[in-house]
Design a binder for this molecule. Sequence first.
Ligand code: C2E
Ligand code: MG
Ligand code: MG
Ligand code: MG
Length: 279
Amino acid sequence: RAKEAGRGGHAFFERCMFEEAEDNRLLEQDVRQALNGDGLTLAYQPIIDAATGAVVGREALLRWRHPKRGDIPPDQFIPIIEDTGLIHQIGDWVIREACAEAVKWGEELRVAVNVSAAQLTGAGLAKTVLGALATTRLSPDRLELEVTESVFLGDDAATLASLERLRALGVRLVLDDFGKGYSSFGYLSRAQFAKIKIDQSFVRGAAEGARDCLAIVKAILALARGLGVETTAEGVETEEQARAMRRLGCGQLQGFHFGRPVEASQLSDDLNAPSRLIA
Ligand code: C2E
Ligand code: MG
Ligand code: MG
Ligand code: MG
């Protein structure tokens, strides 16, 4: 009976794999259409100076509204567009769009764009960034490119060369989701990062007083200070978490407590209002 169950399980597994492949193929067609139409948009989430409460920048986050399935979260469709190579076209669009939006903001505001490992190994990214900066006349130091440590897992030499080329353009490199996954302090010395973003799991844990999370956050902040690198706490959802991160010496805060990601048309340009009220 065990054998039968095993075989049944196997067939079930294969069917799921097939359905998933089918699903991904359909999604790929759909995302191509979305790129040509207006199904892909960017949402912007504020990044706050922990000391003053002022908005210092916004992170651009890709949004896809599927005509039949509704909103599909980036964690679901980005792996698909990475596999199909569409990430280059879409990633280029994200950079151009975010730069064009950021020039409408106050001069002191930065825009952060997420970049996948696959975008770094191709040679085209620096050219895209240069083009976007030239067209929009956005100052390079107002553009931040966020990468996760996973970019270092593939072709190291090409990735490092690519990061260095980007940095040479004057844009700021940011290490995203630090503390999560592969996390090695060694990655911090691979490229010259301007900022580290502390993963939200540690922000939550540290605010709750979990000793391990607290120790890790303190270590990351001490390291950042030593390296002369800025820090942002991600996923700050409560006043308590904001207070904890501020007290620990984190420079910037980002999360639903300060504002959810919203489409460009909903951005408030009143930068002097209390930050909590700004989208
Ligand atoms: P990320 O770069 O770490 O972005 C932060 C994610 O946390 C966003 O999820 C954001 O909506 C969410 N978030 C912000 N504040 C809070 C909070 O207080 N609580 C909670 N629970 N979540 C919060 P989102 O938009 O679903 O994006 C997920 C990931 O997808 C991003 O993580 C990023 O890695 C990737 N991504 C998004 N847009 C792009 C893009 O244009 N290109 C690439 N390559 N990746 C992107
Ligand atoms: Mg990010
Ligand atoms: Mg992150
Ligand atoms: Mg993330």
